[in-house]
Design a protein around this ligand. Structure first.
Ligand code: GLY
Length: 368
């Protein structure tokens, strides 16, 4: 098991553990607190293994609650239900909530734990690649309000995020790809070598006759990539937990991605739903184009062409399904916009990004 830490204000705020098997989790579970598991209903098979690992280390699992973890359920009602269940189960201020699932589960269970009895301890077992490299790291917990995503929430660090290869082996490649988009994003921000390593691992998996077998045999390299991506995010969060500066870099491609997702998932029936990862991949292509225009990259330095080729080699989408003008109005309402200005993240080169303030209209005009 590899460990990395989130350190804020010189203090250890959380552990990120990257392992091979679920059975390795026992030793990082709390010794003296009763554990209440909140899990995505689809990952009950993993919960059984966690229970066995906990028992073998003498840890106490007091209760389990299965939840439906979709964007439509990501609301106050579910958080209230989690808190009510904790109360009815007798959870006191010494209780520990263990969220098992993807980003929606960790967001909601982490939020519930952050407000229940004014805040109890919690940790995550991240069961998707997206949660392992992004959503379950950094302490952003919360819920949607009506059609506005993650509009209510807190930043409070989980005591640990546990990621292992075993949970990825059962996922379809399409779901893995969503996480790959966030992983590549992290490497574009801060680790050029790992970016190329990830491309090599995933282009191999994509072209393999048996992708599941290829994923399993690439387990060690994949674990190293997850460890590397987690480490970069942990470092950024540690230096700028509340997103006043450097943490904004983690939004690379996201201003465009959120607009694409809003159009695709809430538009009319002709619109095809899109996953967050697919939207992030296409958003990064637009960010690369914007970077090319602003930094005057061309020829071999052209980032858009480079990213399109790289993303296609792994099976990620690269074409924005909407004309850029359609994204502009939505980008103006981006929750991170300040007085009409958006902190766009631009790519200087692979492994190095910078923020650049401009309005949605200015960015759109440069992209068409
Ligand atoms: N997902 C971006 C962040 O945690 O800041």
């Amino acid at each position: 098991m590899n460990l990395t830490y989130i350190e804020t204000d010189g203090k250890r705020a959380g552990i990120i553990a990257t392992a091979d098997r679920l059975s390795e989790i026992g030793c990082i579970l709390p010794e003296k607190s009763p554990i209440y598991i909140v899990h995505d209903i689809n990952v009950a098979c993993h919960v059984e293994k966690i229970r066995a690992a906990a028992m073998s280390e003498g840890r106490c699992i007091k209760g389990e609650l299965a939840i439906t973890a979709g964007e439509n359920e990501k609301n106050f009602m579910t958080v209230t239900n989690i808190c009510r269940w904790l109360l009815e189960s007798g959870a006191d201020r010494n209780a520990f909530v263990l969220a098992v699932g993807g980003g929606i589960t960790s967001d909601m269970a982490g939020f519930a734990a952050s407000v229940y009895k004014r805040g109890i301890r919690f940790g995550y077992v991240a069961t998707t690649l997206l949660a392992q490299v992004d959503a379950a790291i950094g302490g952003k917990n919360g819920v949607n309000l009506d059609s506005y995503k993650n509009i209510i929430g807190v930043i409070r660090q989980p005591e640990f995020t546990f990621s292992c290869m075993e949970v990825l082996e059962t996922l379809p490649y399409k779901v893995i790809l969503s996480g790959l988009a966030e992983m590549l994003k992290t490497f574009i921000i801060g680790d050029r070598n790992s970016y190329f390593k990830a491309l090599s691992v995933f282009s191999h998996i994509r072209t393999a006759g048996d992708r599941k077998a290829a994923m399993i045999s690439a387990g060690k390299e994949l674990q190293e990539l997850i460890y590397a991506a987690s480490g970069i995010k942990a470092g950024i969060v540690g230096r700028d937990q509340y997103e006043n500066g450097e943490r904004r870099k983690l939004n690379l491609g996201h201003t465009f991605a959120h607009a694409i997702e809003k159009l695709a998932n809430e538009g009319n029936e002709a619109d095809m739903p899109i996953s967050h990862g697919d939207a992030v991949a296409t958003g990064m292509i637009l960010a690369a184009r914007l970077s090319d225009r602003i930094f005057r990259h061309n020829g071999d330095d052209c980032l858009e062409l480079r990213l399109v080729k790289d993303f296609l080699s792994c099976g990620l989408p690269t074409e924005c399904p909407y004309p850029v003008e359609k994204l502009t109005d939505i980008m103006k309402k981006d929750k991170k916009a300040e007085n009409g200005t958006i902190h766009f993240v631009l790519i200087e080169n692979i492994g190095n990004v910078t923020t650049y303030d401009m309005t949605a209209e200015e960015a759109s005009a440069m992209l068409v």
